[in-house]
Design a protein around this ligand. Structure first.
Ligand code: ZN
Length: 266
């Protein structure tokens, strides 16, 4: 039996098929207008005779109807994904929950009852898996305390001190005048770890995850993971168990693998 999966991202769409064992095929196309991209994928799934489909999509999305709501992405506002793929049963979730589910099924979250997946990149988002279910969360916009030495204005249009506004890739680039990939200033990375750890500590207090998996481009900086671990441990201060904090095992394939798994489990 074959199942289809789509990871619908802001710049590219990754889709493919899999079975009970895992990923069989993977393809990637740029996210242009919905009609041409979704038709390409629909034709592919028809040829492959998939049984069911899972979709992990950028938001905001109304998960009950499958409609992408208020995105500024041209043409995508109001697109109904369930309608597009109505000849199949479709399971829809957020992009971060898709990646979280992929890691739970085949990666760093295997065998764990409660797992949080965080993406720290152009945006910040968290997927939460607890006792067999994916929960809806907007952890990237939780409010955190600004460091007294940080006089930078948040890049979030809605919040002056949310995690995404202060610690996403664009925030790093704007604050320090160069992208994270070229930034070797230890003060910069200590501040980044402080902000990430604040948000992650809040998530620990709310969901008691056994493992927190941190993906996304910002986490590629060597040593950042260790700094975040230390800070989270300090913040928790012995109050509850400190979860394992690790990098993803599935890399760029977590989203599409998670989407296929959503479809497979129905
Ligand atoms: Zn925000």
């Amino acid at each position: 039996m074959k199942y289809g999966g789509i990871e619908l991202g802001g710049t590219k769409i990754v889709y493919g098929i899999g079975d009970e064992i895992g990923l069989l095929e993977r393809h990637s196309i740029p996210t242009t207008d919905p009609a041409s991209t979704l038709q390409t994928i629909k034709t592919y799934f028809q040829e492959k005779k998939v049984k069911r489909i899972g979709i992990a999509t950028f938001g905001p999305v109304d998960l009950s109807t499958g409609t992408i709501t208020t995105t500024p992405k041209p043409g995508w506002s109001g697109v109904n994904l369930k309608e597009w793929f109505k000849e199949w049963d479709v399971v829809i979730d957020t992009d971060v929950n898709g990646a979280c589910f992929g890691e739970v099924a085949y990666g760093a979250g295997r065998g764990k009852q409660s797992v949080v997946y965080g993406t720290i990149g152009t945006g910040i988002g968290f997927g939460v898996y607890k006792d067999g279910k994916l929960l809806v969360a907007e952890g990237g916009h939780q409010l955190i305390q600004k460091h007294p030495s940080d006089h930078f204005n948040s890049v979030c249009l809605f919040h002056s001190n949310c995690m995404e506004g202060l610690a996403s890739g664009p925030a790093i680039e704007k604050r320090w005048g160069k992208p994270g990939a070229e930034l070797e200033n230890s003060e910069a990375w200590e501040l980044e770890a402080n902000y990430l750890a604040q948000g992650i500590t809040n998530i620990c207090m709310m969901y008691f995850p056994k493992v927190i998996i941190l993906g996304g481009g910002v986490m590629h900086h060597e040593g950042l993971l260790e700094l975040v671990r230390e800070e989270v441990k300090k913040n928790i201060n012995g109050y509850i168990a400190v979860p394992e904090i690790v990098l993803p095992e599935l890399g760029d394939n977590a989203g599409v693998i998670g989407a296929i798994e959503l479809g497979r489990r129905g």
